[in-house]
Design a protein around this ligand. Sequence first.
Ligand SMILES: [Mn+2]
Length: 332
Amino acid sequence: MAEPLGAAVADTSACEGYDLIGDIHGCGLTLLRLLEKLGYTRRDGCYRHPSRKAIFVGDIIDRGPRIREALSTVKAMADAGEAHVIMGNHEYNALSYCTTDGVGAEKRYLRKRTPRNDRLIKETLEQFALHPDEWAGYLDWFMSLPLLLDFGHFRVVHACWDNELISQFLQRYPSGCIDLNFLKASADPSSYEHKVMDRLTRGTDLQLPDGVRIAGGDGFVRDFFRTKYWATDPQTYGDVVFQPDALPESVEDRPLTIAEQDQLTYYGPDEPMLFIGHYWLTGKPRRIRPNICCLDYSAVKYGKLVAYRLDDESEISEDKFVWVDVGKESQW
Ligand SMILES: [Mn+2]
């Protein structure tokens, strides 16, 4: 299979297919169960398949009980050339949370230490509290992760594939990876760097009208909602909403303004297959469209850790999902 743009990897000559794996969020034991179910076994210090490679769509850390184990499993596979890994918004958040701007005597963290931000990274920092050097090593590794992979017949990004933004970005950063200067610049919400990080790892969203808020199932109150970028000719907020929490009825039928329509990018039905994570889906894994597949089925909220077994098909097939359920009784 062709080597992807945006990543340097070891020999893939024996690779007959890819297993794309969704957001792990610290479900380290569930990950091992999924890998075993997919036919990977532990040899020479890492999980390997005789003829396949894994691709992780980001968000390995935060929330779950076995973040160290999840990172150790994934990084060992990546180091051995058995897996590709891209950056998720949680790895990006962690980098920003733990990196200072380096300006003046009062260095500030790139990501503000607010109660909300503290809470999102809490489990990760707790689980690494006694292993600071190990955590520092993982932060270095996060910096080396590409934001996207383009294999030609399929593509991988954590949240949103924006063709225009990605082609601009790759002109400047052909490896698909950012550097420390890029990370620092991305802390400014008006910067180009912020736009790249926000759109690729968090996706598109729209502001709710004045005064309208959504209290999410995750306990956070938001004044925006996550949108899809594959709706053909959307007319209303309801046509583009894509998140676990429903829109208030009062705005469901609200027409999109021209400016709002322009703000949403579009991934067409004839483009290469696209694999993403990020969106906290629930229920039985299925494709979104024949060429779009989200692999995040909320493992850490007692959902499923999901893989898609890609061979040489050109359309996503609904019978090629493999998953492990995360039950409230199980060790996850
Ligand atoms: Mn996620």
